[in-house]
Design a binder for this molecule. Structure first.
Ligand SMILES: Cc1cc2nc3c(=O)[nH]c(=O)nc-3n(C[C@H](O)[C@H](O)[C@H](O)COP(=O)(O)OP(=O)(O)OC[C@H]3O[C@@H](n4cnc5c(N)ncnc54)[C@H](O)[C@@H]3O)c2cc1C
Length: 493
């Protein structure tokens, strides 16, 4: 039993830690405000408003998505003096992206030293935020970043930079309107429209066709299966036999959560002949690759992504270890799914090797790449240039899915399938995971986010300047602020 003295020592230690935490954070926030001041942040807006032919007011940029990528873009725009923008997110405040919703790993895959969306400001890194709240020992002991901690960092990032995310507003439709784009939203108070010159879609991993659900599931009642990207009632799986399809991180973490919630048996079915052990993508997260990839020729870019995908990405070691203690967990390799049947409240999956029967299926089958299935883009799907429209890979690296990736321009903008059929497309800048084949993972994963946001913001600055070039030239002609007042020299000079 603890003595009163011990209890009060523990209490004092806790109070001290809380004080350190609050004090450290307050000091860091003051420092960041000071550093932003040194950068003259927020920078004055310099973008010339578009002279729309009927005189309507429009945003310069609408950003869709208030996750890591959308916020980095918003910070970058504000730093560069592109201030007439709004940022919308379909999700609830503080729950943007997967971290506090559908992600089920305990910690991030990335190492703790990864800086996060700092955009050049060391005080904004994850390490800076975390370390100011703990002592050196606690930082040293932290092995990997718990996902809730990462979400808290992103929440703080939004608050300290005052990023004005407007939550609970989902973009539904994009309508070209003269030189503008008319965006239709469904918000918590109903529908509304926003006019913008340019649209940045920082919409996350599943936003270029949703999730991959094998067609054979079309007749299976929905309450008997879910994709890892959905909310799943795990406590309801207690005592049930669960089949998980897929061998990557999400499949493994979902299997673990099912077991931790008391599932009777969990069987993981994967296509690979053996359990994948490598994550090839770890090898291409350095600045040279992330900056230089876009300038490679099409075949080399294709070969990089093709090779990474073919090698299959191993689940993180920590996720696999989570499963090890469960004797009611089984991995079945070489078990590609062939067919599925629903009978007597049970699901039977026929694989290359054998049949498996269970009460519930979790699909860890990843994300689709199919613009036709992306609601807000579907109207324009036939006009957007895809890789398959302009590049034929050598036979040894043929891949239908890669062919469906968008072939993007240098500002992440959509290009037209045929010149002149939809010029408005170059005002839509895709800044999500579907940019990977064109630009590398600079608008999806943490290591590339600063390079991606910087590239996007630079390109937007160039375009806005060019669009307003006549007015900027006129301003230059008209400029008449005297540097010297005439009293700086003696009369006889
Ligand atoms: C389970 C999981 C684990 C991951 N772990 C790691 C990791 O360890 N390391 C790493 O580097 N990367 C990781 N990633 C990859 C990547 O870092 C994350 O996907 C990250 O969330 C990407 O940030 P984002 O801003 O691009 O997208 P998101 O964080 O997904 O944000 C996109 C936002 O767009 C909003 N949105 C989408 N469509 C609309 C619409 N039509 N209207 C309005 N709003 C919309 C969504 O509500 C969402 O909030 C992981 C991804 C997942 C899914």
């Amino acid at each position: 039993m603890k003595s009163c003295r011990m209890l009060s020592v523990t209490k004092n230690k806790k109070v001290k830690m809380m004080n350190t935490k609050e004090h450290g954070l307050r000091a860091l926030e003051e420092q960041i405000r000071r550093e932003l001041g040194y950068l003259n942040y927020p920078t004055d807006n310099w973008v010339k408003p578009l002279n729309d032919s009927v005189g309507r007011e429009a945003l310069d940029v609408a950003i869709i998505g208030g996750g890591m990528c959308g916020m980095a873009a918003a910070f970058g725009l504000t730093k560069e003096g592109i201030r007439n923008f709004r940022i919308f997110d379909a999700g609830d405040e503080g729950f943007e992206g997967p971290w506090a919703t559908t992600a089920r790993m305990r910690t991030l895959r990335s190492p703790k030293r990864l800086p996060g969306p700092h955009m050049g400001l060391p005080s904004l890194t994850f390490q800076s935020w975390y370390r100011t709240q703990v002592d050196d020992e606690t930082w040293d002991e932290l092995e990997h970043i718990p996902r809730e901690t990462w979400m808290n960092y992103l929440r703080w990032y939004r608050q300290i930079l005052e990023i004005p995310v407007e939550n609970n507003n989902a973009l539904k439709k994009i309508i070209p309107d003269g030189e503008l784009l008319r965006l239709q939203f469904l918000g918590s108070d109903g529908d509304f429209e926003v006019l913008t010159r340019r649209l940045v879609m920082a919409t996350g991993r599943s936003a270029f066709g949703g999730v991959r659900v094998p067609g054979i599931f079309k007749d299976i009642p929905k309450k008997f299966y879910a994709h890892t990207e959905e909310m799943i009632d795990f406590p309801a799986l207690r005592g049930k036999d669960v089949l998980v399809i897929g061998g990557a991180a999400s499949a493994v973490d979902n299997a673990a959560v099912a077991l931790e919630n008391g599932a009777n048996k969990v069987s993981l079915l994967m296509r690979s002949e053996s359990i994948p052990r490598l994550n090839k993508f770890k090898n291409i997260a350095y600045a040279g690759f992330l900056r230089g990839y876009y300038s490679l020729d099409d075949e080399t870019r294709w070969r990089f992504l093709h090779h990474g995908q073919e090698a299959r990405v191993a689940a993180p070691r920590r996720s696999m270890l989570r499963l090890k203690e469960y004797s009611n967990f089984h991995i079945h390799t070489d078990s590609g799914v062939k067919d599925v049947k629903f009978n007597d409240q049970k699901i039977t999956i026929e694989t290359d090797k054998e049949e498996f029967t269970g009460d519930f299926v979790i699909l860890g089958t990843g994300y689709a790449i199919d613009i036709k299935r992306q609601a807000e883009l579907a109207d324009h799907a036939g006009k957007v240039l895809l890789w398959q429209d302009c590049y034929t890979p050598p036979a040894d690296v043929a891949n239908e899915e890669l062919g469906r990736f968008p072939y993007l321009g240098p500002a992440f903008e959509f290009l037209e399938k045929e010149n002149g059929i939809a010029p408005f497309l170059n005002r839509i800048h895709l800044f999500n995971a579907a940019t990977t084949l064109s630009h590398a993972a600079v608008s999806s994963d943490i290591p590339g986010v600063n390079i991606g946001a910087e590239r996007l913001v630079n390109a937007l600055a160039v375009r806005f300047f060019n669009e307003g070039a006549d007015q900027h030239l006129q301003d230059f002609y008209d400029y008449s602020d005297p540097e010297l007042l005439g009293d700086e020299w003696r009369e006889e000079v």
